[in-house]
Design a protein around this ligand. Sequence first.
Ligand code: AP5
Length: 217
Amino acid sequence: MGNLIFMGPPGAGKGTQAVRLANALGLVHLSTGDLLRNAIKEKTELGMKAKSFMDRGDLVPDSVMIDMVMEPVRQAVAQSGFILDGFPRTLAQAKALDKAFLDEGIEVSSVIHLHCDDEVIVKRLSGRRVCPVSNQVFHITDNPPKVAGFSDAAPGVALVLRDDDQEHVIRRRLEVYRENTLPILEHYRGARGVVAVDGLLPVDTVTELIMNSLQVK
Ligand code: AP5
């Protein structure tokens, strides 16, 4: 089982599920959000360019994203396969990916769409806390760490609230998702089929449904 694409609105649980599935299936988790946040932390040219878009809840321009993602994708294919989380996010990105995959003989096994409800998303993201070292994701009430406020994966490291997890930015991200990213689902539905999974269900149930759709025991 290799090469999965996870789609869905911000906060639907893409990152949470991608980490679980990547561990279970031995795939490489490629989150474009994490790649960008690492670039910002390291103050690279890319990071400096991306930050203002991300802080507003807008998308980073396609040309930057397409250049950024292809090399990690190739490296993941050479290992065991990938779970792409957060890419593609526009039709232009989806078409660039289709072309690259066709040229390089890369197959996608499944496109998983996690769907969710806007008000649940606002609650989830306002309560989300992230480990700045491991990128492990928690929720203050629904998925708390073992020690309140601190990471499980990196003991002693304080969890942080992402800059784009403030309510007005979350609502902007939802608008951007509807405008730019939802149309890709139609593109994939026509081309290859999409597996829809209810992201409102408990985390373990969502993992099980995805595993079942991949026919992994
Ligand atoms: P990115 O980091 O990709 O953010 P996102 O897509 O908005 O998704 P999130 O990480 O917010 O949510 P998620 O679905 O992963 O949910 P999670 O599992 O964390 O992108 C950030 C920004 O980068 C973008 O806005 C854009 O500016 C830029 N960017 C990235 N990719 C780009 C691209 N391709 N093109 C252009 N720009 C790009 O879960 C959320 C919370 O809910 C957690 O607290 C979790 O514990 C909890 N939770 C998860 N599942 C459940 C459940 N089933 N029940 C209860 N709680 C749950």
